[in-house]
Design a binder for this molecule. Structure first.
Ligand code: SF4
Length: 331
């Protein structure tokens, strides 16, 4: 088990809440075989292989590192309870749904008993499927009338940049692949609850989310495409597993895996200013434009500034990964 610190003196009521284990792997009810979860499969292969080498007893974690995930879990739980214990019928009436529609809603029914007119809602359902010699498992949070929903507690940047859209689609597609009896629609929605939403920005920018909660719809990958992706990923893991102790041969994390920001190109009229790390005259997002600007000026230098790498900071393989040292050298 990881060693825990509380460097920011988070008070006991909250610290205990943060340390609750919210994860259930489903191993006790899984069919026989090697179990891999959808979220594990989506990790970069390098990370997946190296993190297994790290002795968890040597890893230190601060209680404050758990805040984002516990807040996310807390909101998931609360939404689930609204539909399993809350007055969801009363809420739907207040939202002007006719009684004839409300009467068709079934919460967590037996999928084999769902009739054509029923509107089934499935919550917190775990599924298993054998594929490529392993048992793939995942837990869907919410599906309504065969359409997958997931709640993400995240920054407005995730929403506006679309940087995580491919991951959302992949995750939803794998859940449909595992649980076709619960998800049969080919569109999914992500329900965003923003952690950094600001009213004044919403007023100033029509592209900024207009409320603290919103959603986006995505098309799922086809079943064939999804299966192809899973099998390709499994063989990539298998192929690389033999290089656990030869990191120079191990697959590298891509810029996407690293959450790397784009490189930028700074033009300095005076090379000496660049050497002193002084202020550049202009910054470009591609080298060709920067070089052209230099040619037009007839002097100066272009310096490439590598985009910041973020994922390593959150990666359990940080302490042993050689690639990480390229961005965060040991001191
Ligand atoms: S430490 Fe960085 S480079 Fe290494 S596996 Fe983790 S994310 Fe990839």
């Amino acid at each position: 088990m990881k060693k825990v610190t509380n460097n920011h003196q988070i008070d006991l009521p909250i610290a205990v809440w943060l340390l609750q284990q919210g994860y259930y792997s489903g191993a006790d009810v899984a069919p026989k075989g090697e179990l891999i979860s959808v979220t594990t499969l989506m990790k970069p292969t390098r990370r997946l292989i190296l993190e297994r080498q790290v002795d968890q007893n040597t890893v230190q974690m601060d209680v404050s590192d758990l805040i984002a995930s516990r807040v996310g879990h807390g909101l998931h739980d609360s939404i689930e309870r609204a539909w399993t214990e809350g007055d969801w019928k009363g809420a739907m009436r207040r939202l002007h749904y006719p009684q004839s529609v409300i009467d068709r809603v079934l919460i967590n029914p037996d999928p084999s008993e769902v009739g054509e007119d029923d509107i089934p809602i499935f919550l917190e359902q775990r599924g298993f499927k054998e594929v490529g010699g392993i048992i793939l498992t995942g837990q869907l949070d919410f599906a309504i009338n065969g359409a997958y929903r997931d709640v993400k507690t995240t920054s407005t940047f995730s929403y506006t940049s679309g940087k995580k859209d491919a991951d959302y689609i992949l995750q939803g597609s794998m859940y449909r692949y595992i649980m076709p009896e619960l998800i049969w629609q080919d569109k999914m929605r992500i329900e965003f609850i923003f952690t950094d939403w600001q009213k004044f920005r919403a007023k100033a920018d029509p592209n900024y989310p207009q409320t603290k909660v919103t959603h986006k719809e995505f098309p799922l990958m086809s079943i064939e495409e999804t299966e192809k992706w899973i099998i390709a990923k499994l063989s990539e893991i298998q192929l690389n597993a033999k290089y656990t102790h030869q990191q120079n041969k191990l697959i590298r994390c891509s810029d996407y895996d690293l959450w790397k920001q784009a490189d930028s190109y700074k033009y300095y009229a005076n090379a000496e200013t660049a050497k002193r790390n002084g202020r550049s005259q202009k910054t470009f997002d591609n080298l060709a434009d920067a070089e052209q600007h230099k040619a037009e000026k007839g002097k100066g230098v272009v310096i490439t500034v590598k985009g910041e790498v973020k994922a390593c900071d959150y990666c359990p393989a940080f302490s042993i990964c050689e690639q990480r040292k390229e961005y965060f050298p040991d001191v």
